[in-house]
Each structure stands twice: as structure tokens, then as C-alpha cells.
Design a protein around this ligand. Sequence first.
Ligand code: ZN
Length: 162
Amino acid sequence: MAESKTGAVKFAADRMLGRLAKWLRIIGQDVAYGNHLAGYGLIRAARQEGRLILTRDRGIRKKSPPDYLFIESTLFREQLKQVIDACGLDPLANAFTRCVECNHPLEAVPKDSVESRVPSYVFSTQESFSICRCCQRLYWPATHLEKMLEELKGLLDRPRGN
Ligand SMILES: [Zn+2]
């Protein structure tokens, strides 16, 4: 984990880690994820793009992989905490800056430009909107996600024992 403190680490998540991949994208991390990313497909993609592999495949070390992080838990909050700790990530610094579906960085758009594309209650209660130019999906800071981030922050602030 030599380059772990730079904050520039990119990930390739094993296809069994979909929920973790999604949450890493929510906190702004660059995560390759898809059905092709398992076994040697995962290793090949990680090597080509210089990504750190996230996997629960205990057999991976036999496949001479590049750098990888073995994910200990089956619970996504624990998985997320493990990655954040291991890589020195700040989970709140870049939250909501990346498309959860396609991993593309989001671009802020003026509120006026989205009126016809979002439900009226969203338009009247939200001030900031951003768009993924890849899939055209619109994002705004939904309340339940903010609550999740608060919960995550609490988890991280807790003393880690020993
Ligand atoms: Zn997208």
C-alpha cells in the first residue's frame, strides 16, 4: 500500500463487491466495476489501468495479481471502513462528485437548466444539481445519502481499539 496516502489511488472492485463499489463512488472514488471484473478479467483490467484490486477471492494470490486489498468482511459498512482506513481516504471530502452508475465525474449544472427534468418537489427543495455527461443522469444531495454519510462519519470517528 505504498501510494495509499496520496489520495490518488484508483480501484477495481471484484464483481461480488457491488455495494462497496457503489459506496466508494458515492464518496468520490474512481472505481471500475462490472460483470467482466472477476478472476483474470479483474487482474487484467487492474494492471492495464493501474488500479488497486478489491476482492474477497482468497485464491487471487495464486493468479499473480498486481496490488490488491483482501476485503475481510461481508458487511458493506465494514468493507467501506476497511478501504477508507487502508487507503487513508477522506470519505466526506469528495462525496457526490462521481456518477454511481458509470463512475464518470459529475459536473455542476445551473438549477434553472434542470427544471423540466426533475420532480417539482425536488426542484423546489434542492439548490445544487450536477449531471453525469456519460449517462445524462442528474444528481442532487438526497437526504438519505447525507444521513448515511453522517453514520459513516460516526463509524470512523469511533476509537479503533488497541
Ligand atoms: Zn453516469
